[in-house]
Each structure stands twice: as C-alpha cells, then as structure tokens.
Write a protein that binds this ligand. Structure first.
Ligand code: XMP
Length: 507
C-alpha cells in the first residue's frame, strides 16, 4: 500500500486515482492524522498544498518514522518541504511557474526518471521555488526556468518533484509514478477489480458471519454493486429494500426490481407512492420538498427494516470521494469530512452498525468491480439520478398527474438518447416540468398547456458541467415526439446553461 499524506492540494485525489490506474492500492490520509507506519506501507507520497512552506501556519509534518526509512516522494509543496526543512532554501518565485513547461534536462539514470522524455511537458502550479538544495540532494531534472525541478537524496529512497505528475498535462507523469511505486517501492501492481472482489468478500464473510444486513437499493450504480458484493459474502442474510417513492422514472420500479431479482438478490419492493404524494401535497419550496422526501423515506425504510428480525448491520454504497477526509484550507484539526448517506440518514434508535464495502473505491473503480461481478452494463452505465428524483424536476408542487406527465416526457428523451447512441456521451439528462403554461395550436384547436425544459450535461463529477451540444435533428425529433405524444405539454425548450453559474437540476 502507498500512503498519500494530504496537505490540502486540489490534486491529491488525482494522485490516488493515478496509482489505482497502475493497479496499486493507496490511501489518502490528512498530514496531521497519519496512520501508524506498518510494514504494509511500501512508500509515502507527500501531496501539494495551498500553503507555502515559508508560511508560519504551513503544515509541519513529523516525518521521523518515514524519511530515510521508507521510499518517499514529495510533490510540489511536498518537494519544497523536504528541501526547505532539511537545509535548502525555498523562495517566492520570480517567474511564473503555473501551467505548462518543458523539461530541459532529465537524468534518466535516476530510477524515478526512467522513460521520462528529455523535453517532455510537465504541469507546474506553485508560487515558490527551491532556490537551493541541501548538500546531499542531487538534481534529476530541470526546466529552462526551474533548475531544481526534481531531485533525489543520496543514500535514501527519497525524491522530490516540483511539478505535478498526477495531472494529465504532465505527459510522462504516469511513467514517473510507475517508476516510484513499482521500481522504488516494489509494489506488485496486483490491485485489480477481481482481487478487490476476492479480498472484500472474504473480509465481509469474516466481519458479518451469520449477521443480517439491511440495504436500501436505489437503482443506481453504487448501491447495486454494494448489494451484489454483500450478497456474494452472506447470501440471503442480505435483505434489500427498494422503495418506490412515486418520483422514479417511468416503469423504473418494476424494471429495476426485476433485474435485481435476476441477480439473485433478496429484494423487497415497497410501493409507498401515496405516502410521498400525501406528504408533499401543496408544498412547492424546493428545500422543504427535499426534506419531506428524505423524512418519508426514513419512515418507510424504518418500518420495513423492523420486519427483518435481528438485523445488525446497515449496508451502504458510500464511495471514496464521499469519505476522504480532506485537509481544510487552514490545515488545522478542523478538517472537513464529507459524509454521505445513501438512505438519507437513519434514526439513532435503529442502532445498526454500518458496513460500506465500496468506501475505498472511486466511481470508475465501482463500475469495474461491478463488471467483474457480472452486473448488467445497463445498471453500471446509468446516469446519476438525484435521491429526491422527479420531485425536484417538477417545479412547484407535486401531484400524481404531474409525475405521470413528466415520466412520459422523460422516457421519450432518455430512450431517444439511447436509440440515437448518445446516452453514453451524456453525463446526466432529464426533463424539467415548468410551472409555465403557454398558448399553442394543435389541429384547429387552441391549447394552453405546460412547457418543459430538456437538460443534458457533460461533466466528470457533477461539480461543474457544460450543456451538451446535442444535434439539432435529435432535439427536433424529441420535441416533436413529446408534444405529439404527451397530453399536457405543448412546448419544449432546451436548457443551454452551464454549471456554474446554473446548476444541473432546476431546484
Ligand atoms: P446540481 O443541481 O446541484 O446537481 O448541479 C449536482 C448533482 O447532484 C444531484 N442532486 C442531488 N442528488 N439529492 C441527491 O441525491 C439531492 O437533493 C440532489 N440535488 C441534486 C444532481 O442530480 C446532479 O447529479
């Protein structure tokens, strides 16, 4: 395992992703809460940071159990820290050291720099530079402007590089990271989805024994993969609950339930549509609607869970980006922890322990594990869908009739994307039912019906997004189909806003 000590850089997660792509297991820990250094840790990477090493408040990690004892790679801030605190000097940079640069010197006899091109491009992102290195440090690469771009320490397996190898724009970054984890640290590159399934199932078997586990399925990728893994470990001691909140896509409840049963899962489908509609009646405030949907979900889930006698565990599909403790901007102990509960948080009195078999995986790894488990690609490739479902795509109050109208329009759009081969190019798509009525004409009749907005975006994580430039012919066909087939809609618009400043959902 490679330990990544996080000093708060925006790129820390990317380092972990790159190592995982090299089939190497790694974990990110905040610099001020490092784990115990055991023989399991084959090497350590120090990340970048928003801090300057010269700053009074800059992180000052205690590396006494690491430096000189284990392979160590400092990246950006990490490299500057290893220089500044061991006899070198870091100063504010006089020239711009942001963005692309090209190496002008590479010592390929250094293990870290093997196969790194003599003039290859690197990505710089720092305001400081290493003005001088301690005596026993040797330069292993430079750019025109940055003489000490990379170094090694004589007699140690310690290296530092001022650029970011984890960023795509560092063209040989992957070679460099591979050199470190394979040739310097001796990692076996045996972290694969199959190996993950094997070890996780064995761990779950041991941890859970004959205990019963309850898991809320949502139809999404994460909860489905978590369920199949748990099922492989404990069979029918896993009790899955899939709640129809009346805000799912057209026919989704039936179809998803069918495919879960096809996978051998022990699933109880609960039709709670009317409970949700009743609780939502007359409410048009987006946040209140979210809260009501969350609360009713917990009530329904709780009622169903009680029917499973002696359940001890709650299974969740939490994934790595949701649990990584990232160092807050102040670097202090007030580290922010994002935590995410797929089931919306359960009442304390349920007293269930939580089991989260995917909590160390990134989204793409969850999909790879799902594939290795033989899960239907249609489930693995599904677009994200918000927990409150169509409830936040019906602007204003929710009624069963509005849900029906939106489900019809949404189904035409989504199936249209699939038929046109565009579904996988889109990160997320859906239709918004607007609280706007407009005049239209159908045949000889004047109509006065609702407008909808189609929304399709490209994104990698939902944090930022661009509207999809879907072909006009495709949009024309979808618009035509919706207006002709869905009674209650006479106008279709296409949302061409990016996030930020807009959001993906309209509520
Ligand atoms: P926004 O609208 O904030 O959405 O750009 C970003 C991503 O989050 C999803 N989303 C939600 N997911 N509960 C969820 O589980 C919610 O209340 C919620 N609101 C937005 C949205 O679908 C998109 O993928």
């Amino acid at each position: 395992m490679i330990l990544i000590l996080d000093f708060g850089s925006q790129y820390t997660q990317l380092i972990a992703r790159r190592l995982r792509e090299l089939n190497t297991y790694c974990e990110i820990h905040p610099w001020n809460k490092p784990p115990e250094i055991t023989s399991n840790i084959k090497g350590v990477i120090l990340s970048g940071s928003p801090f300057s090493t010269r700053d009074e408040k800059a992180p000052k990690p205690d590396l006494s159990a690491i430096k000189g004892k284990l392979p160590l790679l400092g990246v950006c801030f990490g490299a500057q820290y290893l220089a500044n605190n061991y006899g070198g000097e870091v100063l504010p940079s006089k020239i711009r050291e942001y963005g692309r640069a090209n190496l002008s010197f590479v010592d390929t006899s250094c293990t870290l720099m093997q196969n790194v091109g003599q003039h290859s491009q690197v990505w710089m992102s720092h305001g400081d530079t290493i003005a001088s290195l301690p005596d026993n440090y040797t330069v292993v690469c430079s750019t025109e402007d940055v003489a000490n771009a990379g170094y090694r320490i004589e007699g140690e397996k310690t290296y530092g590089i001022q650029f970011h190898p984890e960023v795509y724009h560092t063209t040989d970054g992957k070679h460099l990271l591979k050199n470190f984890v394979v040739d310097v640290c001796g990692c076996a590159q045996d972290w694969t989805p199959d190996a993950f399934v094997e070890t996780t199932v064995a761990d779950l078997k041991q941890k859970l024994g004959d205990d019963k586990v309850i898991l809320g399925l949502s139809g999404g990728v994460d909860s489905s993969v978590a369920a199949v893994l748990l099922h492989k470990a404990i069979g029918d001691h896993l009790h899955c609950i899939f709640v129809d909140n009346g805000l799912l896509r057209k026919d989704e409840f039936e179809q998803v339930l069918e495919s879960y049963k096809g996978m051998g899962l022990n699933v109880k489908g609960v039709d709670a549509k009317n409970k949700f509609y009743e609780a939502l009646k007359g409410e048009s405030d987006p946040e209140k609607k979210r809260k009501i949907i969350g609360r009713v979900f917990v009530e329904v889930f709780d009622d169903e869970s009680k029917k499973v006698e002696n359940a001890k565990w709650l299974g969740q599909g939490t994934i790595y980006p949701d649990v990584i403790e990232s160092v807050s901007a102040t670097g202090g102990p007030s580290a922010t922890i994002k935590s995410h509960h797929n089931v919306g948080g359960l009442p304390d009195y349920m007293k269930l322990q939580v089991v989260e078999p995917l909590k160390l995986l990134f989204k793409d790894e969850v999909r790879r594990v799902g594939k290795s488990l033989g899960i239907d690609p249609a489930i693995l490739g599904r677009h994200p869908f918000p927990g409150p479902g169509l409830g936040i795509r019906i602007l204003g109050d929710i009624t069963a009739e509005k849900v029906r109208i939106l489900q019809e329009a949404d189904s035409i759009f989504i199936n249209g994307l699939k038929k046109a081969g565009l579904y996988d190019e889109v990160w997320q798509a859906g239709v918004m039912l607007l609280p706007v009525q407009s005049v239209g004409v159908m045949g000889d009749e004047r109509t006065y019906e609702n407008a909808v907005a189609l929304r399709a975006v490209t994104s990698t994580d939902g944090m930022t997004a661009d509207w999809c430039h879907l072909p006009y012919e495709f949009l024309a066909k979808v618009s035509n189909d919706i207006i002709n087939k869905v009674k209650g809609i006479n106008r279709v618009t296409y949302d061409i806003s990016s996030k930020p400043p807009a959001t993906i959902e309209w509520e």
